[in-house]
Design a protein around this ligand. Structure first.
Ligand code: ADP
Length: 532
């Protein structure tokens, strides 16, 4: 027997209409390149998003055509997040930190026909544009305004989208291998939005009363869904524009009374250092939580924010292929009164999957690994906002198992309650004498040392053991440490053979285009050259 409910398609115009109808007066604030603030409301945003949608439709693009953006986080980018998919086109966020050759490859591979770009990024566009099929370029504040003026909001009609039509596209940033396109549907985006809103990490769910500032760029995996979550919930949004230094961000948090923010650990490590240096300068009493993800959030950082500044860190895990948010750390209710160390152990893990997402890890025998917190294997994931294939990238079907789960390439353990802990990426895990050493565990332990600002651990070739860990460390300004001191500091937490044989000090760890430690570059640098 079939059910008798409406066949209601899950498409983004629903969120657009909701934001307009119920939250029209709520603010969207942007820090402009000259550092002044631009303010308008959701009513303005939805009006302009509709104008954008109608204007793009008039250009003669066909349904499903890709429209790229090459922009920082700002209100025009938010308009594109709605205007492009609500017109029946596909929002393709390009990563402005990539090499122009890579951006050109990605824009061509995706078949972008139009591009919305920040004026400051035009010199970058000129370097790759001739290699693409882009026919129209709209410059923010300039020709983008003319485009909007060419249509009236009343001209926009909901194109009657089907939920499985493409809404957006994003390429994996290529920390490993060639960038690969992930194509989100309206349905996957809507369910991801609901899933993130439902996650309620550490009891800190988001509502109309929140003020959200996504530090995560809008070109990095949909800014983790926050533009849509905020619009659906009616939360005020604050965009930092190009001003991503710790001081500007802290100023924004204070001035706009930000309650929720999100970004990769390297951003928060910088912010924590600044807060430690000047603990009284910023009043962050409005801030209820910060989502940290994209790389492992060091336990010492989570504890540092909480103990020294009263700020709660929520730890999330995901990938471009999972829209991206797939799991969030959680504290089981029975541990609400537990000592802080026990609590941090849980919060530092990557937690349990969001509703509708399923996780598993299987050993070499094909059976699920024991949930003992120790056994490690590759994490597999499935759910309604997990990619089922890459766009036009032959030879990648092996990333999916025969029974349809996505192989993440992440190595995890499960604790008895099913909380995952990401131990490594399969490409980064150190294989020493046939055993695995988790580079993430070593990094977290090193970053707990008071003199250490950042630490990355990589595998270096070793004749006897095949690979051995090498730690690359940045010390905090004015601090000192020796390799022996660091080894001694972490020794109590590890078997002896896990300890890095060598510790090298550098002034900076190279970062990827989305701000993660670039271990490929470190491996290149240190594998060839013997270290003292
Ligand atoms: P890239 O592969 O270019 O880094 P993604 O942003 O899609 O692009 O990265 C996804 C990967 O980031 C995951 O597979 C995982 O290795 C890592 N990651 C994401 N969140 C976490 C986290 N909380 N802890 C550890 N690793 C994480």
């Amino acid at each position: 027997m079939d059910g008798l409910m409406m066949d209601y398609q899950l498409t983004l115009p629903t969120i657009l209409r909701r934001a307009e109808q119920y939250f029209g007066g709520k603010e969207v604030v942007t820090r402009l390149p000259d550092k002044s603030f631009h303010r308008y409301t959701y009513a303005d945003m939805t009006r302009r998003a509709k104008q954008l949608a109608a204007a793009l439709q008039k250009l003669g693009l066909e349904r499903g055509d890709r429209v790229g953006t090459l922009c920082w986080n700002h209100y025009q980018h938010l308009e594109a997040y709605f205007g492009i998919p609500c017109a029946g086109f596909v929002l393709h966020t390009l990563n402005l930190r990539l090499h122009p050759n890579d951006i050109g490859y990605i824009a061509l591979n995706a078949g972008d026909r139009a591009l919305i770009v920040d004026a400051s990024l035009m010199p970058l566009v000129e370097q790759f544009l001739p290699r693409t099929k882009v026919e129209h370029v709209f410059v923010v504040e300039e020709s983008y305004e003319e485009l909007l003026a060419s249509a009236d909001e009343g001209e926009w009609r909901d194109p009657g989208l089907e939920e499985n039509e493409a809404a957006a596209m994003c390429y994996t940033s290529g920390t490993t291998g060639l960038p690969k396109g992930v194509v989100y549907t309206h349905r996957s985006t809507m369910l991801h939005t609901l899933g993130v809103a439902a996650a309620n990490p550490l009891g800190l769910g988001l509502s109309e009363q929140d003020v959200i500032l996504p530090v995560v760029p809008m070109f990095h995996a949909n800014a983790w869904g926050y533009p849509y979550v905020a619009a659906m919930q009616g939360a005020k949004q604050v965009f930092p524009g190009p001003h991503l230094d710790a001081e500007s961000l802290l100023d924004d948090f204070v001035q706009e009374r930000v309650t929720w923010t999100a970004g990769v650990p390297t951003i928060w490590l910088g912010i924590l250092q600044l807060l430690d240096a000047e603990p009284k300068r910023w009043d962050l009493s409005a801030m209820k939580g910060m989502l940290v993800g994209g790389s492992a959030a060091p336990r010492s950082m989570i504890a540092g924010f909480q103990e020294r500044h009263g700020l709660r860190v929520c730890h999330g895990w995901g990938m471009t292929e999972t829209s991206p948010v797939a799991s969030m750390a959680s504290l089981p209710g029975e541990l609400a009164q537990a000592d802080r160390d026990t609590q941090y152990d849980y919060i530092a893990m990557q937690g349990v999957p969001l509703p509708l997402v399923e996780l598993r890890a299987r050993g070499a025998d094909g059976n699920e690994i024991p949930h003992d917190g120790e056994t490690m294997a590759e994490l597999e994931v499935r759910g309604p906002w997990v990619a089922g294939a890459y766009y036009d990238t032959p030879g990648t079907s092996g990333r999916w198992t025969e029974d349809g789960w996505f192989r993440t390439g992440d190595i995890v353990s499960f604790d008895p309650q099913g909380h995952i802990q990401i131990k490594d990426r399969s490409k980064d895990v150190i294989k020493s004498g046939g055993e695995w050493i988790s580079s993430v565990d070593l990094e977290n332990a090193l970053m707990a040392h008071p003199a250490v600002a950042e630490a990355a651990v990589i595998a270096v070739p070793d004749e006897k053991w095949q690979e051995r860990p090498l730690a690359v460390v940045v010390v905090k300004q004015g601090a000192t440490a020796t390799p022996e001191q660091l080894r001694e500091f972490i020794a109590p937490h590890f078997a002896k053979w896990w300890l890095p044989d060598h510790v090298v000090f550098v002034s900076e760890i190279p970062k990827t285009a989305v701000g993660k430690f670039k271990k490929t570059a470190l491996r290149e640098q240190f594998s060839a050259q013997p270290v003292a």
